[in-house]
Design a protein around this ligand. Structure first.
Ligand SMILES: NC(=O)c1ccc[n+]([C@@H]2O[C@H](COP(=O)([O-])OP(=O)(O)OC[C@H]3O[C@@H](n4cnc5c(N)ncnc54)[C@H](OP(=O)(O)O)[C@@H]3O)[C@@H](O)[C@H]2O)c1
Length: 227
């Protein structure tokens, strides 16, 4: 089975990000009609993607998914897919990490996506659509100095794997993508701590292209070594 993105209505959450932006551009190149979401609409507007609709939302709010569905239905009358490219990172030993940082990581990287999926599934079930979460390599290979980030991504990947099967009977496809380190600048803007020195990461364009291929081929996961 393959998915044809021409004319599909796809929402990208975190569309202004280092991965969200190239994913949004590739979706637009394929003819998808886009709903661009994130906290700062000025950054979404700066993408200047023709015909795209924008919506301000914060995945830390339980009702962000309702706003996303409403925006897609208002602009285009349907929702065929969601790419969740929103996420945050933090570095440092667990014992040195503030409690609020731990809470923030799990709110944005785990609870937010679960609240989001819960609320968009009814709309995606109507269109037999898809939901793709960007997890990370650390879900497979948790790292010291990134305990909470690794745990948040492992939790997200665990949820995605179960959702692949749980949502199959509702004809909603789920994909868990686990990119390796990528040069988006994310590591330079952590919630806390300082990034360890990392080898040069992948290009965001390469990671975005692999994610597009996964959507089109209806893959249920893209492991780190498949990028
Ligand atoms: N870069 C890497 O090395 C790498 C590797 C593997 C996996 N990943 C994962 O890939 C995803 C994207 O990372 P990235 O490198 O593209 O990071 P990024 O450049 O910092 O982009 C993050 C995006 O998420 C949005 N965002 C952050 N918090 C949000 C919230 N609470 N509600 C709504 N939107 C929010 C940001 O926009 P606003 O600030 O305007 O809301 C931004 O558009 C993350 O989940 C990350 O963990 C990244």
């Amino acid at each position: 089975m393959t998915t044809n993105l021409d004319g599909a209505v796809v929402a990208v959450v975190g569309a202004s990000g280092g991965l969200g932006a190239p994913i949004a551009r590739l979706l637009a190149e394929r003819g998808a009609r886009l709903v661009l979401a994130g906290r700062r609409t000025d950054r979404l507007a700066a993408l200047a993607i023709d015909g795209a609709s924008t919506v301000a939302l914060d995945v830390r709010n339980v009702d962000a998914g309702d706003s996303l569905v409403a925006a897609a239905h208002d602009a285009f009358g349907r929702l065929d897919g969601v790419v969740n490219a929103a996420g945050v990172v933090a570095f440092g030993p667990l014992t040195d990490t503030d409690d609020v940082v731990l809470e923030e990581l799990f709110l944005t990287n785990v609870l937010g996506p679960l609240w989001l999926i819960k609320r968009v599934v009814p709309a995606l079930a109507v269109t037999r659509g898809f939901f793709l979460n960007i997890s990370a390599v650390v879900a497979e290979a948790p790292m010291p100095g990134m305990v909470a980030y690794s745990a948040s991504k492992a939790a997200l990947t665990g949820a995605d794997r179960a959702l692949v099967r749980e949502l199959r009977r509702r004809h909603v496809r789920v994909c868990d993508a686990r990119p390796p380190h990528t040069e988006t600048g994310l590591a330079e803007r952590p919630l806390a701590g300082v990034s360890p020195s990392l080898p040069v990461g992948m290009s965001p364009e390469r990671v975005a292209a692999r994610i597009l291929a996964a959507i089109e081929a209806e893959e249920t996961e893209v492991a780190a070594d498949q990028f």
